[in-house]
Design a protein around this ligand. Structure first.
Ligand SMILES: Cc1ncc(COP(=O)(O)O)c(C=O)c1O
Length: 402
């Protein structure tokens, strides 16, 4: 019989993996899991004033369908970014419900079915799903790690993909700045070669900067692609990470580049955005009030991220002969830990979960091909981070004894 469902929805039928099944069973048995990879900012005890801002305003009774989002909100955002020395033009901003939705709009804008985008590996699995739902292929380029100096984009792997058999179908290069889960910003020395490749092959650049303002320390060198003029550039960001409010559903896309490309892109993107008009009026009206609180939120998050990163180093590396290594992280909400391969990643994750209730995402989730890596959250409360990390270390000590 003819299949009623689309091929692109097939991923929804895949069975859960063994780790997810074990998690579910433990929860059903009444165990409280210790979420060592927690990335949901509304679940990490950041107490919030419920009167932080008001969604009840008489202005919310008015519906003004503007494809790019309310002009007043875009102007407030542009002014806010100007105060951070970031060049974003209110006229070139598109508001959307989340950065995930922003990606889907950009894939509609740039790609026909069967076209491809370049994504970093290791990287966040979300992009593959977002692309597949638009019939877009992903081709991975690699990030390589050199201890103490950190992660590097393997520019050659991008050039190879572009000159390979599917190179002609590639429409965009996606950089995550800083990348999740590697926590690495695009280096100054990488920027030129990336733009050269975009120019040479006629690619758009998509820079996901949702973690940009969470550097591990003030000396970290970071450069935004906002306002980049050499190629058609889309910078994605939103409240999900900037204010730790994914539930508010407000993200944005900032366009820049050669004028003719930007104005052509805007006209098409306007049609896409106008078809959905997905952002709620209350959150758009509340945004200026929320932005006032941003620096306070950054201070609290940065203090936590930095304290947890230091604790992980101290607990996992601060003794003679430690078999663990905390990889260099320049920013973002995740630290990668490399641990000894007493068992393979999946087995360790399972055994750790059963024995201690610690649930932590293994490296294969992010397409790591070698070694045993786990993604440790930097945003969980410091006490939990300390206690769970000590348990993690003891668990490995017990494996070594066996
Ligand atoms: C790098 C990166 N971009 C985008 C997103 C999605 O964010 P949003 O909630 O705005 O869709 C995530 C989610 O964790 C992410 O890690």
């Amino acid at each position: 019989m003819r299949d009623i469902f689309s091929a692109r929805s097939e991923a929804g039928t895949h069975d859960q993996n063994a780790l997810s099944r074990s998690r579910e069973r433990l929860v059903q048995e009444g165990r409280t899991l210790k979420e060592l990879s927690q990335s949901n900012p509304t679940r990490v005890e950041l107490s919030r004033d419920p009167r932080l801002f008001s969604l009840s305003s008489v202005r919310n009774n008015l519906y003004t369908p503007e494809s790019r989002g309310l002009c007043s909100t875009r102007s407030a955002l542009a002014a806010h970014f100007a105060s951070l020395q970031r060049n974003i033009d209110a006229e070139n901003l598109f508001l959307c419900a989340s950065t995930s939705e922003g990606y889907s709009w950009l894939f509609k804008l740039l790609c026909d079915p069967g076209d491809a985008v370049l994504i970093p590996k290791p990287g966040y699995p979300l992009f593959e799903h977002l692309a597949a739902l638009e019939h877009v292929k992903t081709i991975a380029y690699t990030l390589e790690y050199a201890h103490a100096s950190g992660w590097y984009i393997d520019i050659e792997s991008i050039a190879a993909a572009l000159s390979g058999p599917e190179g002609g179908r590639v429409k965009a290069l996606i950089v995550i700045n800083p990348n999740n889960p590697t926590g690495s910003y695009v280096r100054h020395t990488e920027r030129g070669p990336l733009l050269d490749l975009c120019e040479k092959y006629g690619l758009a650049l998509i820079s996901d900067e949702v973690f940009f303002d969470f550097p591990m320390d003030e000396t970290v060198k970071r450069e935004s692609f906002a306002g980049e003029q050499r190629v058609l550039t889309f910078v994605l960001d939103g409240l999900s990470k900037r204010l730790g409010m994914p539930q508010m559903k407000l993200g944005w896309i900032a366009l820049s580049g050669p004028e003719a490309s930007v104005s052509a892109a805007k006209r098409r993107l306007e049609l896409i955005a106008d078809t959905f008009l997905s952002v709620g009026t209350p959150i758009m009206n509340a945004l200026p009030e929320l932005l006032v609180r941003e620096s306070e939120f950054f201070s609290r998050m940065l203090a936590r991220i930095r304290a947890n990163y230091a604790q992980y180093h101290e607990i996992l590396e601060g003794y003679e002969g430690s078999p663990h290594r905390v990889l260099v992280c320049q920013g973002g909400w995740t630290a990668l830990v490399e641990s000894p391969a007493y068992l393979d990643e999946e087995e360790v994750a399972q055994a750790l979960l059963e024995a201690t209730g610690i649930s932590v995402q293994p490296g294969y989730f992010f397409d790591f091909e070698r070694g045993v890596h786990f993604a440790f959250s930097l945003i969980i409360p410091e006490n939990d981070a300390r206690a769970w990390c000590v348990e993690y270390r003891s668990f490995f000590d017990s494996l070594r004894m066996e």
